[in-house]
Ligand binder design. Structure first.
Ligand code: ZN
Ligand code: FE
Length: 256
């Protein structure tokens, strides 16, 4: 197996685009701005752009990148109808990036947007705004049932899988996680670790699925502490995981 490196390229306030590279070729995930992507590509041959959903902070750099590299394949979710996508994919698609020797599987993860997809392969998951460390994306287009479907699917991924989210939201998510699941010592240790990383200017990402299953309240609707906090917040015991997620997501939307 070739040694692929995945490099975070920060831009805007708290976005990351991810550069997957073998030292000669590179793929870009969610290049929301062209300038930082072009800088990161210095000395590398771009092989592909991979998109997760249609929001401008994820696709905003693509047309300028295509002006520089007109034949670059741009893979993105068919259902999100993105004009600059020239290789539409959907849940179940497989994409082989020959230049990188990398095959990625497409997983439909609706909720944040209707067509949102994640890219999975070789122990890596690029999930855009579907899942964050200690949190998840807002439900702009989907329902709590979509979110439950998406998070249940993602949580079944191997625990060692590295998760490359598109935003550095970890510390604010952890503040909410403390309210949504007061009793979680593993989460407290993880929060201390992430705070130290941010103090040094380091990303908290990638995370892993094992970490997220242990600390992310949105993946822990069966935790007694989460259920009790949800009940205290809305006054009723959540009937099921969908109801629990509906309360958690709406609560997080107004939490500060
Ligand atoms: Zn988004
Ligand atoms: Fe975003």
């Amino acid at each position: 197996m070739n040694a692929l490196k995945v490099i975070p390229v920060p831009f805007a306030r708290d976005n990351y685009l991810w550069l997957i590279s073998d030292g000669r070729h590179a793929a870009l995930v969610d290049p929301g701005e062209a300038a930082p992507a072009l800088d990161a590509l210095q000395g590398l041959n771009p092989a592909a752009i991979l998109l997760t959903h249609h929001h401008v902070d994820h696709i905003g750099g693509v047309s300028e990148l295509l002006a520089h590299y007109p034949s670059l394949p741009v893979y993105g979710p068919r259902k999100d109808n993105i004009a600059c996508v020239n290789r539409p994919v959907e849940d179940g698609s497989k994409v082989r990036l020959e230049a990188l020797g990398l095959t990625l599987q497409v997983i439909g993860v609706p909720g944040h947007t209707r067509g949102h997809i994640a890219w999975l392969g070789e122990g890596m998951l690029f999930c855009g705004d579907a899942l964050f460390s200690a949190g998840c994306g807002r439900l702009f287009e989907g329902t709590p049932a979509d979110l439950e479907y998406t998070l249940r699917r993602l949580s079944q991924i191997d625990g060692q899988t590295k998760i490359y989210c598109a935003h550095e939201y970890t510390l604010t998510n952890l503040a909410f996680a403390r309210a949504a699941e007061p009793d979680n010592p593993k989460r407290d240790r993880y929060a201390a670790h992430c705070e130290a990383l941010r103090k040094q200017g380091q990303p908290t990402l990638p995370t892993t699925m094992a970490i997220e299953r242990a600390i992310n309240p949105f993946l822990r609707t069966d935790s007694a502490s989460v259920v009790a906090a949800v009940k205290a917040h809305c006054g009723a015991h959540p009937a099921d995981a969908v109801a629990c997620l509906a309360v958690l997501r709406a609560w997080k939307d107004v939490f500060s």
